[in-house]
Design a protein around this ligand. Structure first.
Ligand code: CTP
Length: 407
């Protein structure tokens, strides 16, 4: 059992000291403050703490202003609209939010806040999983006591279960599906059956509305865990489908042609496009995923195209750059560069193929060797300019070349 009975000891002396200063003063001004979310979960699980999020039962911005007036903290950032504030106290940074209720007017986009200063139970309803609703009181009567507003959080943490709070949770915020993936593989937790079924129901839809910037950050965090099972789960359970609509959106947002829509039927594994964009700055070979041969080829193709894409100025060079590359790699390259040579290749050049082969050259009495490639390339260069050439025309060109000894 990973649950720490000594979670208080996992908070360093310095953090505890600063939290005490904040809570003593907050209580003095009539506010209650709590630790919330990831920090509580990670303390109880004996995991390294990333950020310390504080929840205030009234308006956190008013509390922060009072603390600053008293010279207790410095306000680093204040968002009046969300009533959140970042404060610095003895060189330590804390995010303080106000308890609130939210609604999602549009699936996948940012929620609208309907009320601040609500109860801890009401606040917990806007959260993703029960394990992230756990609270540690910072108040003087019960300093560092666990509060479990849903009465389910501790149970789920002990049983390594990811459970959403209501049946519309994934519809409201599909990034929770990625967060589920992240927590599954970070902590070795499993979704409960109802959560798993609701994820499947959501992924059966084909119209995903999700903010690109929100999934991007969750995607990076998830895949940076660098575990091959994540990719397997991502594909087998259709989570990659979340990204199809997003790639389209991303393109239109950068004002380029809707290339994905146009070539969607030819793109075999669209998640690869997304993964390709995500891993573009990383050497994908450092990722320990079990990539298939096709996937490895896509990533190698992305690298090859990027390395050889300078000084391209004729159709033959465009053709050589993109031929035999997986279509996903062309799309990734296009999304990164908006190089119109990709469009030209896909629209005009891709299907141009020579009718003649080495066998025809042998028949014409040419000896097998390097010269084959030279001749076929010369014919191809001409064919790219006049794509309707028939086999006889190609043979005629070879005959002419032979006559002029032009190779
Ligand atoms: N949260 C949520 N839904 C989201 C994102 C966040 O309900 N899509 C809530 C959760 O209660 C979460 C808290 O906001 O614990 C803080 O969010 P964040 O810092 O992004 O997540 P952590 O749980 O701290 O995860 P991590 O450790 O990966 O930062």
């Amino acid at each position: 059992m990973d649950i720490s009975q000594n979670y208080k000891n996992n908070l360093s002396f310095n953090i505890q000291k600063n939290l005490k200063i904040i809570s003593d003063n907050a209580n003095k001004f009539g506010f209650n403050v709590y630790l919330i979310g990831g920090v509580v979960r990670d303390l109880i699980l004996n995991k390294k703490i990333m950020d310390v999020d504080i929840l205030c039962d009234f308006d956190a911005t008013i509390l922060a202003k009072k603390l600053e007036e008293e010279g207790i903290c410095k306000i680093q950032e204040l968002k009046e609209e969300f009533k959140t504030v970042k404060i610095v106290i003895n060189d330590m940074c804390f995010d303080v939010a106000s308890t609130r209720c939210e609604v999602y007017p549009k699936s996948g986009c940012l929620p609208q806040i309907v009320k601040f200063g609500v109860s801890l139970f009401e606040d917990s309803k806007r959260r993703d999983f029960t394990i992230n609703t756990l609270i540690l009181s910072l108040n003087k009567d019960n300093f560092l006591q666990i509060i479990d507003p849903t009465n389910q959080g501790l149970y789920d943490l002990k049983n390594k279960t990811l459970r959403i709070l209501h049946h519309k949770s994934f519809i409201d915020d599909p990034t929770r599906i990625l967060r589920m993936l992240k927590f599954m593989f970070r902590f070795n937790f499993k979704p409960d059956i109802c959560t798993f079924n609701l994820m499947n129901d959501y992924l059966k839809k084909n119209n995903y509305d999700i903010c690109y910037s929100r999934i991007k950050s969750e995607f990076i965090q998830t895949f940076n865990l660098n575990k091959s099972e994540i990719l397997d789960y991502f594909i087998k359970n259709n989570i990659y489908k979340l990204f199809i609509k997003n790639i389209n959106k991303n393109i239109s947002s950068i004002n380029t042609q809707n290339i994905i829509q146009k070539y969607e039927s030819q793109i075999k594994q669209i998640y690869l496009v997304y993964l390709g964009i995500m891993v573009e700055n990383k050497d994908y070979q450092n990722l320990s995923f079990n990539f298939t041969t096709y996937e490895k080829k896509t990533f190698n193709d992305i690298i090859k195209i990027s390395e050889n894409s300078t000084d391209i100025d004729d159709d033959y060079q465009i053709y050589q750059l993109f031929k035999n590359k997986n279509i996903e790699s062309l799309i990734v390259y296009y999304l990164k560069t908006t190089d119109n040579n990709v469009i030209k290749y896909l629209d005009k050049l891709k299907d141009i193929k020579l009718n003649i082969t080495g066998k025809d050259l042998i028949r014409l009495g040419i000896k097998e060797g390097k010269v084959f490639k030279t001749i076929l390339d010369k014919v191809l260069k001409i064919k790219l300019l006049t794509p309707n050439m028939k086999k006889e025309d190609e043979l005629q060109i070879v005959t002419n070349l032979l006559a002029k000894k032009k190779f």
